[in-house]
Design a binder for this molecule. Structure first.
Ligand SMILES: [Cu+2]
Length: 156
């Protein structure tokens, strides 16, 4: 009886490590495959994001200086607040210096430096005294909207 047990034990000792090693190999292989799949999808994601960032877009919305916009963003209805923003306010020293951006669908998109200049000129020339809307072309670049074209836009 003891002898049988001994053989059984010996057998187990031989089999168990072999099975364990096989399982380990499989796990390693799986991990490797998963890693490469993950990496592939991550690469694809970053490529997609890049192309989305690079895509030029046109946005329409209210043009507001960054200083007033930060207050509006906290309101229940930022678009309504933006619609009441005046030309006089936009051209006030503190407002104008903070730069400009556009409130579109409740989100504020801050312009880049070049866009700020274009926006300033447009506001100065505009006859609209309140709730000035613009159509702006460009693309997002490092948290700012790089403006390539801006014009006043009148909602029908
Ligand atoms: Cu203002």
């Amino acid at each position: 009886m003891l002898k049988t047990l001994g053989i059984l034990c010996l057998g187990l000792m031989l089999i168990v490590p072999a099975v364990a090693q096989d399982a380990k190999k499989d796990a390693k292989k799986d991990a490797k495959e998963m890693k490469s799949a993950e990496m592939k999808s991550a690469e694809m994601k970053s490529a997609e994001m890049k192309s989305a960032e690079m895509k030029s877009a046109e946005m329409k919305g209210y043009i507001v200086d960054a200083m007033c916009a930060s207050g509006m963003a906290k309101k229940d209805d930022p678009m309504k607040a933006a619609s009441m923003h005046t030309k006089g306010c936009a051209l006030e020293e503190g407002c104008a210096e903070s730069g400009f951006g556009v409130f579109s669908n409740g989100t504020y998109y801050k312009f880049d430096d070049a866009g700020d200049k274009m926006a300033m000129e447009l506001i100065q020339k505009s006859e609209t005294k309140k709730g000035m809307m613009v159509a702006v072309k460009g693309m997002m670049k490092d948290d700012a909207f790089a403006v390539s074209e801006i014009r006043e836009y009148h909602q029908e």
